[in-house]
Design a protein around this ligand. Structure first.
Ligand SMILES: [Zn+2]
Length: 173
């Protein structure tokens, strides 16, 4: 779930700011910009408020198709950089009608569908499922070339184990 991990907060005071407060994520940190004249009490009140706002915003974004596409683009850049255009999907969507599959892709129209059942799984598992489908846009079948692309993702083995575990548990009545 998004927003459960407590982030490292960096507060920056600005003399130019009067009443406006803003916050953004910078890697693992959250930067909160506050007016210089804020008291310590105001600072801590606003940090809490902005963290809550940011978490709410990220939770909304975390479930969106737009986030999924952004995630796909990042994964292609990291693991399939020489296939930048071949691996670029026409669309990536969360779907709820996919039984028994974590993800699927149609190379003909370059669409990818990801099951909502993995939405609450760790990021690194979602990344694996997505990278697996992106690799299918380059190599449709599960051959050696396909698995060598997928193996570029360092947690492939672990993610497959995780998903097998979930599937096995779900199959138990
Ligand atoms: Zn596959």
């Amino acid at each position: 779930m998004a927003g459960t991990r407590k982030p490292v907060v960096e507060v920056r005071r600005s003399q130019r700011r009067r009443r406006t407060v803003s916050a953004y994520r910078d890697g693992e940190r959250v930067v909160v910009l506050i007016p210089d004249q804020f008291s310590r009490a105001e600072e801590s009140e606003w940090v809490d408020r902005m963290l809550a706002r940011l978490a709410a915003r990220e939770a909304r974004l975390a479930r969106s198709d737009a986030e999924l596409l952004a995630r796909a683009t990042r994964l292609i850049g990291l693991y399939l950089p020489e296939h930048m255009s071949a691996a670029a999907p026409a669309s990536v969507r969360w779907v709820t009608n996919q039984n028994g599959r974590w993800g699927s892709c149609t190379p003909a129209d370059r669409t990818i569908r990801i099951s909502h059942r993995i939405q609450d799984m760790p990021d690194w598992v979602i990344d694996y499922v997505l990278l697996h489908e992106l690799a299918h846009l380059i190599v449709p079948s599960h051959n050696a070339e396909f698995w060598s692309l997928v193996a570029r993702y360092p947690r492939s083995e672990r993610a497959r184990g995780y998903l097998e575990g979930v599937a096995a548990t779900a199959a138990v009545p």
